[in-house]
Design a protein around this ligand. Sequence first.
Ligand code: ZN
Length: 243
Amino acid sequence: MRVLLISDVHANLTALEAVLNDAEAYEGVWFLGDLVGYGPDPNECIERIRALPDLVALMGNHDAATLDQLSTDAFNEDARQSVIWTRDALSPESVAYLGELPDKVKVVDDVTLAHGSPRQPVWEYILNAKTATENFFFFVTPFCFVGHTHLPRIFRLSDSRAQADLFVPIENACFELSPRLILNPGSVGQPRDRDPRAAYAIFDLETKMIEFRRVAYDVRGVQERMRQAGLPERHINRLEAGW
Ligand code: ZN
């Protein structure tokens, strides 16, 4: 089974459509959270995601904040503005859908999914090897897939080492996952690794092969919709540079 691995769509329908077109055949979709926040198309993205085949979807911190399940105290002012805009925009159906999402799930025997980290699924960022190493105690499967940092990353814990190794995955290179590791496919709707193209991965459940991929999309069109919606200028600008 080929699984489409996506995270942090952030209400960017154009980026999501580009990924779905580019991904070719897939039989299942694992979405790692943050469907909304930042972008101009929250209801459209929710409708598109929930119609995907064999979907497993998680709740992210922006989804939780939009539902008022998480305080926005730790958000910066622009992010808080975006949460308020999204709350106003969401339909009752969208609110109900987001409210049902879990924040961590063992999806198959070998894989756990969490938005931020297995230790603190909604909020913790795994940005370095030290944090990753601590998190290996908080899941039992060989692999854990996370989102939240918007950075494609692999943290591998080998038997002989006390600390996990950090790898930045190479685009379009296929490789076999070996236990144990924590992996982030990057962000569909708001990449932060100075590459504005949408990021995602394809995972083969049988062979354990994974491929990290990027696809360009019409950033300017999304920026235009954000401007019309009155969303914060900082969030509009960051899309074209990928930060
Ligand atoms: Zn996010």
